[in-house]
Design a protein around this ligand. Structure first.
Ligand code: ZN
Length: 135
């Protein structure tokens, strides 16, 4: 019985993890639009912050919306195109601000709040979205 449950759980997990072809299809569907949107918004918001970033990657992911590497590379989920413009702006500013503060300290949130005063609300909205269910 326990083995059966374990197997069922494993099957469920596997189904929720994107296959290579699902990632390809997702990128094919949203990749170009996402790249354009991300670049446009990065240029716009970085006029305020003036950070230097390295490369920008667009990925199809089920666990995160974006990230910033210590090398100054920015990663964004191609599903950003499915967010509202305000939510997408918040996401862009969030990762941009990691170029200034590589953590989630109060200094970091102060930076975000300089351009996105309602970041708490937008963050809450985005966190409620189940990325695994979003195509
Ligand atoms: Zn962060």
């Amino acid at each position: 019985m326990l083995q059966w449950i374990k197997t069922r759980i494993r099957v469920r997990r596997r189904r929720l993890k994107p296959t290579k072809s699902a990632r390809k299809a997702g990128l094919l569907k949203h990749g170009e639009e996402a790249r354009n949107l991300v670049h446009e918004k990065l240029v716009y918001w970085n006029k305020f912050y003036g950070y230097k970033y390295n490369r920008v990657f667009i990925r199809f992911q089920t666990t995160r919306w974006g990230s910033c590497s210590s090398k100054g590379n920015l990663n964004f989920n191609c599903k950003i195109v499915l967010l509202s413009p305000a939510q997408a702006d918040y996401l862009i500013v969030h990762e941009l601000c990691h170029l200034g503060e590589f953590n989630h300290s109060s200094k970091f949130w102060d930076l975000v709040g300089k351009t996105i005063p309602n970041y708490k609300e937008l963050r809450g909205e985005i966190r409620k979205v189940d990325l695994r269910l979003l195509g």
